[in-house]
Design a protein around this ligand. Structure first.
Ligand code: FAD
Length: 341
């Protein structure tokens, strides 16, 4: 047992079970949650504990069956019109209520926009820790604690983090690290409906409207191919070359931060420390120098192709394939060649 941040002793032995937060959007489960069912099941089996999921939303009951088919022993279902859209206050309060009532040992969330907000808010309220942006998790055979692995310093070191004295052990996990679990219709599980009472004053933010900036074209986290542009493309109009290349490849366009700061492209396309973390099959870095803050968001891509006119650009150190040359000449050649196939 250890002290939590409020100085109270915590009896960690009361905390049992592995939980996965199954994020949903407009009634569909997000891919990252289905991916987390794989490590969730593995951790639960190794600990000899149950795997439960948490689903929050309005009219989301059909998702409970999908969760059970993918390995959940139990589904905590929090439903109501107040949960129709993600709301930091409502979701945090419901989640902390669930945790205080049912006391899970481990909680996994996807490292999505919502997960990155929700995880730290829950951890802060409960006085426990959080390991952000993990790329692997195992049970330490000796201590039975979760060993969370995450890249640090732009992927130059891999840090292993433990949370020995507080519960639950919470982590956000990057997308595309694990494969989504396939459904097994023969599985059975239990649904627990919970509707915590939350006072109106506790909800400090109000949903107004969704401003749809783009749809699949900026879903970088789930893209298999990303053509990413940096300052080397010279001017905003040249982004068209990247769009054409991405189009030919069936991919999407990403960007380094200066392009977002210059308002050449919406921030939803930014890759890096203060942007998105992506792991596509192919990442083509066009006119990107390879600053550590950019690498932090894309170094776990399967294959990295860099195009840069400077042979000493740091991006070449992590690239699998490098093309030294003018990106404005090379991108159209690649597009043309790919279109021929
Ligand atoms: P540059 O570093 O200017 O590189 C341009 C490259 O293009 C050069 O290598 C050059 O050789 C090449 N080039 C020029 N012309 C051509 C041509 N015609 N053909 C081929 N190559 C050409 N950055 C991010 O990207 N994402 C982040 O999330 C992020 N977060 C940050 C957070 C903090 C706290 C800080 C301090 C910085 C952050 N940055 C981030 C900024 C980061 O430090 C770099 O400044 C940025 O990544 C550089 O972007 P770039 O590679 O496009 O530009």
């Amino acid at each position: 047992a250890g002290d939590n941040v409020q100085g109270e002793k915590m009896d960690v032995s009361q905390y049992k079970g592995v939980w996965v937060y199954l994020e949903q959007y407009e009634g569909n489960l997000r891919r990252v949650g289905l991916e987390l069912m794989a490590p969730g099941r593995k951790l639960a089996d190794e600990l000899g504990q149950e795997l439960a999921v948490v689903i929050i939303g309005d009219k989301v009951e059909p998702l409970a069956a999908q969760a059970i088919e993918r390995g959940a022993d139990k589904v905590y279902l929090v439903e109501g019109p107040e949960y129709a859209h993600y709301n930091g206050d409502a979701y945090t309060l419901s989640f902390t209520h669930l945790i205080n009532t049912y006391k899970p040992n481990v909680l996994l969330l996807g490292a999505t926009n919502d997960g990155r907000e929700l995880g730290p808010r829950i951890a802060s309220r409960l006085g426990t820790g959080l390991c952000a942006d993990c790329t692997d998790l195992q049970i330490d055979p000796e201590t039975k604690l979760v060993a969370w692995t995450r890249p640090a310093f732009g992927g130059n070191i891999m840090a292993t983090i433990f949370c020995p004295d507080h519960r639950p052990q919470i982590g956000t996990v990057r997308g595309k690290v694990f494969k989504p679990v396939e459904p097994d219709a023969s599985r059975t599980g239990k649904i627990v409906r919970v509707r915590p009472e939350i006072s109106a004053e506790a909800i400090r933010t109000k949903f107004v409207e969704i401003l749809q900036q783009c749809s699949s074209s900026c879903n970088l986290e789930e893209a298999e191919i990303i053509v990413s542009c940096g300052r080397g493309i010279g001017k905003r109009e040249n982004l068209k070359l990247a769009e054409e290349l991405a189009d030919a490849l069936g991919g999407v366009v990403g960007a380094s931060r200066p392009l977002v700061d210059s308002e050449w492209i919406p921030s939803l396309h930014q890759v890096g420390q203060t942007g998105k973390t992506v792991s596509p099959k192919i990442y083509i870095a066009c006119g990107i120098s390879g600053a550590i803050q950019h690498l932090a968001g894309m170094s776990s891509s399967d294959t990295i192709i860099a195009i840069n006119k400077d042979p000493d650009a740091p991006i070449f150190k992590i690239a699998d394939y490098g093309i030294v040359g003018d990106v404005l000449e090379i991108m159209p050649i690649l597009t043309e060649e790919i279109r021929k196939r």
